[in-house]
Design a protein around this ligand. Structure first.
Ligand SMILES: CC(C)(COP(=O)(O)OP(=O)(O)OC[C@H]1O[C@@H](n2cnc3c(N)ncnc32)[C@H](O)[C@@H]1OP(=O)(O)O)[C@@H](O)C(=O)NCCC(=O)NCCS
Length: 174
């Protein structure tokens, strides 16, 4: 039998490459507004927040998490661009901080713009983030993903992420 490439190797062999550029202030403001609306929508869908208060609650969380905007220490907001053409294909927010003597690399959010999906950019974006992690001395990259987010779960499974925990909740009887 001739040797065949595994899924991960095939992905690497044929995927495009992305570079990560820090967001400009205008890009950050647009990203922040989209993120606030997205988080509000997710929390309402999860039944965690009331619709009428969700936007304000989401804005308050963003204010807390990014008090100095894109200059907030340890927070990195980047636009992903196709390395060959320079065209924007997505964006990401990650944090990088040394705690407990080790560099912790946490992906807060990543997106491939809808028109660029299923062309390998999501995989390329994760690889670019992993390269940032490696350069910073981190030996892993972590993130939360909702089980309902099937495309993201499929992407991370495909790239070899392992599940290290579960968020559980118990309905309290009325
Ligand atoms: C998840 C996301 C980043 C994937 O980006 P992408 O550019 O489409 O990813 P890739 O093209 O590299 O896909 C790699 C593999 O992931 C899996 N995958 C990606 N999207 C999928 C989908 N909609 N359905 C099933 N599998 C999917 C497939 O195995 C795919 O390989 P294939 O195209 O050869 O079948 C993109 O769908 C996205 O931005 N979603 C909205 C934002 C989001 O949910 N971010 C994650 C937050 S945790």
């Amino acid at each position: 039998m001739s040797p065949s490439l595994g899924d991960a190797e095939r992905l690497v062999a044929h995927s495009p490459q992305v570079r990560l550029d820090p967001m400009t202030e205008a890009e950050f403001r647009a990203y922040r507004e989209r993120g606030i609306a997205r988080r509000a929508g997710i929390r309402v869908a999860q039944g965690v927040w009331k619709e009428a208060e969700a936007l304000a609650a989401s804005r308050a969380e963003y204010d807390r998490e990014l008090p100095n905007g894109r200059a907030t220490p340890h927070q990195h907001l980047v636009v992903a661009r196709d390395a060959a053409s320079g065209a924007r294909v997505g964006e990401a927010w990650y944090s990088l901080e040394t705690r407990g003597g080790r560099a912790q690399f946490w992906v807060e959010w990543l997106t491939v713009d809808p028109e660029h999906r299923r062309r390998g950019y999501g995989s390329a974006l994760v690889r670019a983030l992993a390269e940032e992690a490696r350069r910073a001395g981190a030996d892993r990259l972590g993130l939360f993903v909702r089980t309902a987010n099937e495309e993201a779960v499929a992407l991370y499974d495909r790239l070899g992420f392992t599940t290290v925990g579960r968020i559980v909740s118990l309905a309290v009887p009325p």
